[in-house]
Design a protein. Sequence first.
Length: 107
Amino acid sequence: MVRGYPEVDFKRGECTFCGACAASCKDGALPRADAQALPWKTKARIAENCLARRGVECRVCGDPCAVAAIRFSPRLGGPPMPEVDEGSCTGCGACVAPCPVAAISIT
Ligand code: SF4
Ligand code: SF4
């Protein structure tokens, strides 16, 4: 909770966009005008403490992404670097918790 408002804690898991939270809120505080639309426009961001950016091989975040929005580009002299395809990323947060150094945020 932030200032009394509900928030999604991606450290505990991803949002499946099922709409159960909106459906269960009897006061209608979580309106869902378009059930097909994503509820937010935030995307996954990878911070500088990413292991691959520091020269350590890591592809942990790629596996949980259902839409393959995290791609690993080969590069000379270092491990492949993760890059988020913002056009594909849904902001579901499934990549957040598995990252061993908490380098991913949804913003
Ligand atoms: S899981 Fe974390 S440390 Fe590993 S490549 Fe992804 S962002 Fe980097
Ligand atoms: S937030 Fe979801 S869709 Fe975006 S990169 Fe992470 S797992 Fe993939």
